[in-house]
Write a protein that binds this ligand. Structure first.
Ligand SMILES: [Zn+2]
Length: 345
């Protein structure tokens, strides 16, 4: 067993360039660095209190270190996965981490500090913030039959609030209760002030193709997965500056905060997407990542749900009936339950 693992670790070194790694203990934190001769793409994989995965995209490898001499890091493992190399960094104690990059030369930096006593991560869903998209002068999308996204989102969130409170026993806070305008920063500020455990922004989608229907669920990343996601992020950001990745210090700082929640946010997005797609009866095209300004400031797992397309006249008609909305709200409820179950495992 051990021999096989060792073989898997060493095998990639035969044909890929090895990146340099180093680590050091500092006052209050320890730093792990992966250095590359030129910028490389990477993403955060799964993580927990005692480990963090970083996936290096492309042909790279790093040398595994089974025993790291550090106050916080205990081991670094590496294995080849589809499309890249998975680097697993193990911690000696329950820790908090942040990942960021530095240039010249390109470095992926992982800063880790021990989790403060008494704040052991124990996930409970107590407070959910629902954010009805748009409002006031910001109408959002308008269906061919005249349905406004801002009105539908508000109705939907009010109904979903009742459903979640009665069936999950959670407290639900709406970012707006009427047709008023709310800035993007204000929306996440409400969630942060309420120390919410989840932030769910509710929207309805638009396409020039009237036959398109189905959900699109997003979690935040600093780069969009495709051109459509980027366009949508631009629209939903309502003209507020879409902070360009790697150029704006605000986004980098934010990224460090949201990285803590990336995995949970992606799990939540997947669960909601799957249930909504099944309910609307479309193929599940998976979750997407995009730089939504509305999700940026959230200090908790956060997703943006484009529940369905109001540009599809049939869906628009259905969405104006309480019965259909209820079915979609129940689907989101199932998604939340599934998400909570996945965290307990
Ligand atoms: Zn919207």
């Amino acid at each position: 067993m051990r021999k096989l693992a060792l073989f898997l670790l060493i095998f990639p070194l035969l044909w890929t360039a090895e990146l340099k790694t180093r680590w050091a203990d500092h006052k209050g934190f320890s730093r792990f660095v992966i250095e590359a001769p030129s910028p490389i793409q990477y993403s955060i994989g799964e993580y927990g209190e005692f480990f963090l995965q970083i996936i290096l995209h492309g042909d790279h490898s790093i040398k595994p270190t089974p025993s790291v001499d550090s106050r916080i890091f205990s081991a670094v493992e590496a294995k080849r996965v589809e499309g890249g190399t998975l680097v697993l960094i193990r911690f000696r104690k329950s820790s908090l981490w942040k990942v960021f990059e530095l240039q010249d030369p390109f470095r992926i930096v992982v800063d880790v500090r021990p989790r403060p006593q008494g704040r052991i991560m124990k996930y409970a869903l107590r407070t959910v913030v629902l954010d009805p998209g748009h409002g006031g002068q910001e109408e959002g999308a308008v269906g061919r039959g005249g349905t406004k996204e801002k009105d539908l989102a508000l109705t939907f969130c009010k109904e979903l609030k009742v459903l979640l409170e009665s069936r999950l026993g959670v407290r639900v806070i709406l970012t707006r209760r009427d047709d008023s305008f709310l800035g993007l920063d204000e929306r996440t500020a409400i969630a942060n002030n309420a120390k919410a455990d989840l932030f769910v922004s509710i929207h309805f989608n638009y396409s020039d193709d009237p036959t398109v229907k189905g959900p699109e669920t997003y979690f935040l990343s600093s780069t969009a997965t495709d051109r459509e996601s980027r366009l949508l992020a631009y629209k939903e950001n309502m003209g507020e500056i879409t902070r360009a990745p790697n150029t704006d210090i605000g986004l980098i700082l934010w990224d460090m905060a949201q990285n803590q929640y990336l995995y949970q946010s992606s799990k939540l997005a997947e669960a909601i997407q799957q249930e909504l797609a099944a309910e609307i009866g479309v193929k599940n095209r998976g979750v997407k990542q995009a730089p939504f300004a509305v999700l940026m400031g959230a200090t908790m797992p956060a997703v943006l749900v484009e529940v369905d397309f109001i540009s599809n006249p049939e869906e628009e008609k259905l969405l104006n009936t309480p019965e259909y909305r209820r079915r979609l709200e129940e689907a989101i409820l199932r998604g939340l339950k599934k998400y909570m179950g996945s965290l307990r495992r």
